[in-house]
Write a protein that binds this ligand. Structure first.
Ligand code: 4NP
Length: 150
């Protein structure tokens, strides 16, 4: 799960998918990171932590890190939240197989829609709630889709 800062969207996506993986008794590994280095080592944004907590998801123990080349080796799928993250990750892929791992997250739910998970960082409390509801729904569909492909 990749966004810009790894303090709002991608840690939430990590926490949500981790919970769903557990609920489905799966053993998949999920992690998150940011394309930028601004917040390395920081916990998620306090507004994202409290929004997630309202809905019953605890992401308070996560720590931001930056995307690295080794992630292309380590992960089967690299989900990015928006087109700018897509461009930044795809640009540093060193081969076609690595580039093919990068997917705009919402396209795995709504194919070819090219929809983005909006960045709530400069937004309101409501924007954080909307991101939660969007990611929760999208990831439920994505988990079921990946499960059926296994
Ligand atoms: P995120 O949100 O990419 O969803 O973690 C942002 C976090 C921090 C900044 C921008 C977006 N920033 O400019 O510091």
């Amino acid at each position: 799960m990749v966004c810009l800062g790894n303090i709002c969207r991608s840690p939430l996506a990590e926490g949500l998918l981790r919970k769903k993986i557990y609920n489905h008794s799966l053993t998949w590994h999920v992690d998150s990171c940011g394309t930028a280095n601004y917040h390395i080592g920081s916990p998620p944004d306090s507004r994202m932590i409290s929004t997630a907590a309202i809905y019953g998801t605890d992401i308070s123990d996560l720590k931001a890190r930056q995307f690295s080349q080794s992630d292309f080796e380590k992960y089967d799928i690299i989900y990015v939240m928006d087109k700018s993250n897509y461009a930044n990750v795809a640009r540093i892929a060193q081969n076609e197989s690595h580039r093919n791992k990068v997917r705009l997250l919402l396209n795995d739910w709504k194919p070819s829609s090219n929809l983005e998970v909006p960045d709530p960082y400069y937004g309101t409390e409501d924007d954080f709630k909307q991101v939660y509801e969007l990611l929760d729904e999208a990831l439920e569909h994505i988990l079921n889709k990946l499960k059926s492909e296994k």
